[in-house]
Design a binder for this molecule. Structure first.
Ligand code: SF4
Length: 245
């Protein structure tokens, strides 16, 4: 089996509740959304070649032809695995669009799988629910302008969160906050998460960039969400703090 992959590399997770942990990242091609803050626009294209890091965190890459064979990918993952690695991070783009490939990959790779998803494909989440160890689920806000039908997207995203939560995967939700995001904007997603479980951790992540959301707005959102959920954290993207963006 083969698929189009953008990059495979070893790095430090920069977002969410596992920020700071080492992972081997497999960045898949393709995404059906169009978020206005997207920093992975190249992952929405179909690249003729895949960039493969030569050794863990070397930042030195070689090029491999796409589509990449699944057994070659397994070998690359093993070469990039290191003593501190905790997961293979399946990211994108949107990895759930390649659910058949990921299902087969899980048969030949024994490391824990960490899924970074836009949560827009609950039917594919169902197909993968038994092989995912950690599900990092994004929920979009209206001001992200991710698609035309925000109501439909929100319903799909909450369904995806429910699928992973119900099957026992370690599940958390990430909301990206833009400089103009107001507390009211996060109310419906937060209520939807709380309807699934009050125990799902929620990460409020200010969008990377020069303009920042005000401290007061952040505090207001954290207070609002904490009225319904047990664990609400503000975690900025670490790669920006480290000067990697
Ligand atoms: S879901 Fe992710 S990859 Fe897709 S457009 Fe939004 S930010 Fe970019």
């Amino acid at each position: 089996m083969r698929t189009h992959i953008h990059e495979v590399f070893n790095s430090i997770q920069g977002e969410g509740i596992y920020a700071g942990s080492r992972q081997v990242f497999v960045r898949f091609q393709g995404c059906g959304l169009r978020c206005n803050y997207c920093d992975s626009a190249d992952a929405r294209t179909r690249p003729p070649q895949c960039r493969v890091e030569k050794s863990p965190m070397s930042r030195d890459f070689r090029v491999v032809e796409n589509p990449l064979d699944i057994n070659i990918l397994k070998g690359i993952i093993e070469d990039l695995w290191c003593p501190s690695a905790m997961h293979v991070s399946l990211t994108g783009g949107e990895p759930l669009l390649q659910s058949d490939f990921i299902l087969e990959l899980s048969d030949i790779v024994s490391h824990p799988l960490y899924l970074e998803t836009n949560s827009a494909h609950p039917e594919m989440a169902r197909a993968l629910k038994d092989i995912i160890d950690v599900a990092s689920c994004d929920i979009k806000l209206p001001e992200h302008e991710a698609c035309e039908d925000y109501e439909g997207l929100l319903a799909d995203e909450l369904e995806t969160v429910g699928v992973f939560c119900d099957c026992g995967a370690e599940t958390f939700v990430k909301l990206i906050l833009l400089p103009g995001t107001a507390a009211e904007s996060i109310r419906r997603p937060v209520e939807g998460i709380a309807d699934i479980s009050r125990h799902i951790p929620l990460v409020l992540q200010p969008a990377a960039g020069k303009r920042r959301i005000s401290d007061r707005a952040l505090a207001e959102m954290q207070d609002l969400a904490s009225g319904l959920l047990r664990d609400v954290r503000v975690i900025p993207q670490m790669h920006q703090a480290m000067g990697w963006l």
